[in-house]
Design a protein around this ligand. Structure first.
Ligand code: ADP
Ligand code: MG
Length: 459
């Protein structure tokens, strides 16, 4: 029976190499490493999310079969992402030798810092939506703690917050400026804090974080609603700040909009410079795709790049995901890509985009128009029946046509979470027995969908 994850994976990998075309093996299988084999569970790791999603979608059954063939038994396979593999993968191309999955890159005495090697200023495409944030990040990296402290970067999901923050870290490291840099996510910070509490290692934990020269803390919105963590972070923040060391934070919202964040932290987060990453425009999106193609050594018809950039507009991570899908399809099938194939291949992505483009405001407006009301009636507090019902319809459509949660929708209507839940249940129940309502809802959905599309293509 195999005990060593490396040996087992070597064999599986050899088996797959024999049964797959070389370019596919090189592109999709060679990057995989085996992290552990525990009983029936094999954990594989890959360097980024694209590999993960593509492999899960297309190769897991094959990998399972290969595992069974090689070992004579069935395994459950899970696939995780380990960004630190990126650097190893690159080195491997020439060295051929597979580094041990647990060994971390040798860096002498420097503390281990898990920065994604690809998240640099060089690979960050600058456009009107991010140039201010980019300039601020560069300035902070060049003169940590001297220009903008703290630097607070906020923006929606997949717009480059982590990339920019890690670029600061890598830049400081590359200049070999002396000092200790710490990059962590707020969630990892919490976990470490809890560990420290449990194991009586609080003073060590505090020393570690309070004596850094630069603290890069990602996804700080995670603090919201966690009082003890906020308390701890408050002291961490003060210690670093008073030592005149750099703090960089990212958040999915401006500090003032994070509900459940203590005012003293909100005000501290706004002491330095607050910058926002917005959705990149069409030209920037095409430029990002081109850059990605260069990095991944992909050659794709420029018209397709343009088309992808046009259709996937709200999230750079999704944009890159779409590119990888297209590139993989072309490489796997050897077929040319045309628009209808592209639509089909990217159907899930395009669906997500549509959902994004539909906003609650848009729904409120369309519903108000339909029932001959003002938007203020829909969001207001008055309760006459002629308003209450359209309002419930708008709440129901907001829930079913967007990805937003009940509390977020509640906020948009100035109501609590329970009111939205109730509205959704009421409308859902009524429509099963009311054909006219079904028709109304379908008409409203069409109108809302149309206006979102218009908004999408109007750059
Ligand atoms: P966030 O942290 O805001 O959710 P990330 O920093 O993880 O987003 O970015 C998502 C993906 O998009 C990453 O792969 C990142 O490299 C890429 N990306 C985002 N903005 C840019 C940009 N301006 N130029 C190049 N790549 C970008
Ligand atoms: Mg991030």
């Amino acid at each position: 029976m195999h005990k060593d994850p490396n040996t087992l994976w070597e064999e599986v990998s050899l088996h797959l190499k024999e049964s797959l075309p070389k370019d596919i093996f090189d592109k999709w299988i060679a990057v995989i490493q085996c992290q552990s084999v525990v009983e029936d569970n094999v954990t594989l790791v890959v360097p980024n999310d694209y590999y993960q999603s593509w492999l899960v979608e297309h190769y897991i059954p094959l990998i399972k079969k290969a595992l069974a063939t090689v070992s004579g038994r069935e395994f459950l396979v899970s696939l995780a992402v380990d960004y630190s593999l990126l650097s190893e993968t690159e080195g491997k191309k020439e060295k051929k030798e597979r580094p041990h999955p647990f060994s971390s890159p040798k860096r002498g005495k420097e503390p281990k810092i898990n920065l994604n090697k690809h998240y640099t200023f060089d690979s960050f495409v600058v456009g009107p939506a991010n140039q201010f944030a980019h300039a601020a990040a560069i300035a902070s990296a060049q003169a940590p703690s001297r220009v903008y402290n703290p630097l607070f970067i906020h923006g929606g999901v997949g717009l480059g917050k982590t990339h920019l923050m890690q670029a600061i870290g890598s830049f400081i490291l590359s200049k070999k400026m002396r000092g200790k840099i710490c990059y962590t996510t707020c969630e990892a910070f919490l976990n470490e804090y809890i560990d420290a509490l449990q194991n009586n290692l609080l003073s060590k934990f505090r020393k570690k974080y309070r004596t850094v020269d630069a603290l890069l803390i990602d996804d700080i919105h995670f603090l919201a609603g966690k009082d003890r963590l906020q308390e701890e972070f408050f002291h961490t923040f003060n210690a670093i700040f008073e030592n005149h060391k750099q703090i960089v934070m990212t958040s999915d919202r401006p500090a003032g909009e994070l509900s459940g964040l203590t005012p003293r932290l909100v005000s501290r987060f706004e002491w330095g410079l607050v910058v926002e990453l917005e959705i990149p425009d069409m030209e920037t999106r095409v430029a990002i795709l081109r850059k990605k193609c260069d990095q991944l050594d992909l050659s794709i018809d420029p018209n397709l790049l343009f088309y992808i950039a046009e259709r996937v507009s709200s999230n750079v991570r999704r944009l890159e995901g779409a590119l990888i899908k297209v590139a993989s399809y072309v490489s796997l099938t050897g077929q040319d890509m045309d628009r209808s194939k592209l639509e089909y291949l990217l159907r899930d992505t395009l669906d997500q985009e549509k959902k994004h483009a539909i906003s609650v405001e848009n729904i409120q407006k369309t519903v108000a128009d339909h029932f001959d009301l003002r938007v203020g009636d829909i969001t207001g507090r008055r309760r006459p029946q002629n308003i209450a019902w359209p309002r419930q319809v708008a709440m129901y459509l907001s829930r079913t046509m967007t990805d937003l949660s009940f509390p977020v929708i509640g906020e948009a209507f100035g109501r609590n979470h329970a009111t939205i839940v109730h509205a959704c249940q009421t409308v859902k129940k009524r429509q099963t027995e009311d054909i006219t309502l079904q028709q109304t809802l379908s008409l409203l959905r069409q109108r809302i969908g149309h206006s979102a599309q218009k908004k999408n293509s109007s750059f």
